[in-house]
Write a protein that binds this ligand. Sequence first.
Ligand code: N01
Length: 538
Amino acid sequence: MNASEHPAPALDVVIVGAGFGGLYAIHKLRQQGLKVRAFEAGDGVGGTWYWNRYPGARCDVESMEYSYSFSEELQQEWRWSERYAPQPEILRYANHVADRFGLRDAITFGTRVTRAAFDSAHSTWTVQTDKGESVTARFFVVAGGCLSLPRMPDFPGRDSFQGKLYHTGTWPHEGVDFSGMRVGVIGTGSSGIQAIPRIAEQARHVTVFQRTANFSLPAWNKAMPEDYEAWFKAYYAARREKARYSSAGIANHPTPDKGALEVSDEERQKVYEAGWLHGGPGFTRIYKDILSNEKANQTMAEFVRNKIRAKVKDPAVAALLTPTDHAIGTKRICVDTDYYETYNRDNVLLVNVREHPIEQITPRGLRTTEKEYELDAIVFATGYDAVTGAILNIDIRVDGGPSLAEKWAQGPKTYLGLMTAGYPNLFMVTGPGSPSVLTNMITSIEQHIEWISDCLRYLGQKGIRRMEARTDYEEAWVRHVNDVADTTLFPRANSWYTGANIPGKPRVFLPYVGGHGVYRMKCADVAFKGYEGFTLQP
Ligand code: N01
């Protein structure tokens, strides 16, 4: 049987994930008449917000912006209760979207995609799951999330621990009652910084094992002011449009025209104070050169360091909490409620595991090179195999050739973060080389899904069965992503943005730092030029 005689597959598109990316992909692609099916490892929708149920989990992009923009009715009818939505509310929102747009029947829950094989003779992907199912489709869309493969450091003795072990990214659905317990928390990234204050309110004692101090900004979270919500909703279309052409996919972020060193010390101090009182992650964008000029960055870093020193009563603890090894904003900035203040509590101890690294988990607790700490529970807030982890967790091959993991052994290579040469008809949602984690994820997800949906319509209209990124365009894009990153301070920090948190992961700056708006225009341009840089075969 040759390709033209081969029966068309029952599905047009198979999708990995039913988080915000997967849900919108199902909706959008179905709207244009495509037959789609999604596989989701969790037993429900919501992705990150399904798994991350740790105490204090909430989004640090404002609720009015961290939401879909594709439906005017949806954005008008949904009501957020707080400035920064807590995890249960975001999960309710994801469920509401799944029901409102009738998406559930396309999703197989509790099922992980393990392999995907492209057959060039028929231009189809065959996707296998851990439940033994195998389905074939013309296109394969991976929307598995940028921060979805939790990482647990391999400390010896982990299995010997007689208490309870948790990871923030796989939190028990029934919740955890820490009352009366001695709890150890490993990690002080966004997850740890959100969880530690809430755990300390409940537990008998908390020991925080910190390797690197992080910069955290106040959230000043509060109930959603009715007038603010009404104002935002009245101007929603314009706010969303501004977000789409902004750097971070967030309309409310500042759009500075000045550098920090262009103003007097006094003026800068005033601006920082006002920014601090506003709170939230937009702080690092107050001046245009904070993330590119070391001296400018220092002015902001020192302002925040002084805030930490003022909040924490014990000067030795304050010194330990004060970041000195990276420029502010070059590791993902954290946003907190009472994080630094928590160290003024009598039941909280900060341990420097940079000086005395964790040696092993023992039956009774945890031992550093200095001493053993007795614990009833240990919380790993140790992060993720970011950006590439979920993609490479699937064995992806073309005609039995090398796996994508082999192709990416020295670091991911993509064209626009959307496709990778040699792997036709495979689309990545917020893949490496796209702005993804440097932006409001929902803005980036919508842009990618809309680009993919336009592309599939175009391929249908032109009778094209196979689309593939060209190697020369891919190489040029990878170079561009690196060149732009090198104009900033980002690559200098040991962050998960560069893969530095995973032993053995190649050090490559993973997201595109050129800004969401600029990137959106590049993608639109490529499409306008008949998908320039891609090979299209009938
Ligand atoms: O993970 P992380 P996360 N011994 O990788 C430490 C998003 N997010 O889950 O810095 C000792 O940032 C590690 O130390 P170091 C957001 O994009 C968003 O907190 O490597 N410590 C670090 O302190 C965020 O950036 C939201 O020296 C070890 C911590 O564990 C991303 O998810 C909320 C260690 C890991 O921090 C990931 O955040 C939560 C070891 N062997 C998350 N290994 C919001 O929207 C690791 N660590 C608010």
